[in-house]
Design a protein around this ligand. Structure first.
Ligand SMILES: *Cc1c(COP(=O)(O)O)cnc(C)c1O
Length: 370
């Protein structure tokens, strides 16, 4: 039996299936991996983002700057705090937030920025840190894609409150799950309390052998805790994280080589002085190719492609509620119709990558003939 199955079965046979010793161990291992003081395991990255905003007292009338091209959760958590997401256009070459467009979005109401490290490439944090200092803003990093990433020699997750995802498709997974990291003792304590109903003592301490302790509710909290079953998966995944990354780096190089001669395809630019977490392999099609048709042709060949992400102003809710217009986000509007993500996971074999790129070339050639 493999280590993962053994670890889950061990947990099932133990006296703990929900938040207990495995969660504690996973948090310790994750803190060691990141090099941070506190890691708090939660049931999703979305929960981590939500609590990050709450512990920074983000509330009604506050504004939070986020990139227009991100997953819905980045915006939704701001809305759930009754605050207003203020959307920033992206850099069309890196797909990350355009740091040159942030400053003019800052108002007296701006309280925080949520940089999202798209595909695993860190944002230009020097500029974001500079602006945050200048205007006294909090930085909450959406590091859902960036568990392995470094920016200028510093591990992502070390400097600010950072939120990681262990959703099934992410670089490491607990099926569903997330982690919040911070070096701030007070923030860590508040997050822990909020994540479990607002109880002053968590369930683990409550049932320890020091005798029964009444719990006290000190805030109307949430049910955001991770279970030991999930953590036992996470512990095994963390052991393999470097091998997974190594393999995704190999696959990336192979894709790069095989697609380099295809004029209609460009890849995402990488900035200097980073370690890329290689979560996604995104390609950008030239404007003469219909992205959605192209994707459907690949899907017809059993090649699983997707889009990360449709910009938020392409979704009816954000468009209507915040009165967003294509011309306000020229880069995201253009790129949002041209990008797609190719299959990209450690088990993908070289000959599968070759098959995928052969099909891509075939579809592009045929699109000229017809
Ligand atoms: C996956 C993802 C999330 C949400 O992660 P969950 O663990 O599913 O809540 C947030 N932001 C980005 C950019 C993501 O890709």
């Amino acid at each position: 039996m493999n280590a993962r199955k053994k670890s889950i079965l061990e947990t099932l046979d133990s006296n703990w299936i929900t938040t207990g010793p495995k969660v504690k161990k996973f948090e310790e291992l994750f803190s060691n991996y990141i090099g941070c003081k506190h890691s708090i395991a939660l049931n999703s990255c979305t929960a981590a983002l939500h609590l990050s905003l709450l512990v920074n007292n983000i509330s009604k009338d506050d504004e939070v700057i986020i990139p227009i091209m991100t997953f819905a959760a980045t915006a939704n958590v701001v809305i759930h705090c009754n605050a207003k997401p203020v959307f920033c256009d992206i850099n069309p070459e890196t797909l990350n937030i355009d740091v040159n467009k942030i400053e003019k979005l800052i108002t007296k109401k701006t309280k925080a920025i949520i940089p999202v490290h798209i595909a695993g490439q860190p944002c230009e944090m020097d500029t974001i840190n500079y602006l945050a200092n200048k205007y006294n803003l909090k930085i909450i990093e959406d590091a859902a894609h960036a568990t392995e990433a470094y920016y200028k020699g510093k591990k992502i997750g070390f400097e600010n409150i950072s939120c990681f995802s262990f959703y099934a498709t992410k670089n490491i997974t607990t099926a569903e799950g997330g982690m919040l990291t911070t070096n701030n003792d007070l923030i860590a304590e508040k997050v822990r309390i909020l994540s479990l109903h607002g109880m002053s003592k968590d369930a683990w301490k409550r049932y320890s052998n020091e005798g029964y302790k009444h719990y006290d509710i000190i805030y109307p909290g949430f049910k955001y805790n991770m279970t030991d079953i999930q953590a036992s998966l996470g512990i095994c995944q963390l052991e393999k994280i470097n091998n997974f990354l190594k393999r995704r780096n190999e696959i990336k190089k192979l894709y790069d080589n095989l697609l380099s001669e295809v004029e209609e395809i460009s890849v995402i630019k990488e900035i200097d002085n980073i370690v890329h977490a290689r979560h996604l392999y995104i390609i950008k099609l030239s404007e003469n190719i219909d992205r959605d048709k192209f994707m459907n042709q690949l899907i017809n060949q059993n090649i699983g492609v997707s889009v990360h992400f449709l910009p938020l102003h392409f979704h009816s809710y954000y468009k209507k509620t915040f009165n967003l217009k294509n011309e306000d986000f020229p880069n995201a509007t253009n790129v949002g119709n041209r990008i797609l993500s190719l299959p990209f996971y450690p088990k993908l074999k070289d000959d599968e990558v070759i098959y995928i790129t052969d099909k891509i070339k075939e579809i592009i050639n045929n699109s000229y003939i017809s």
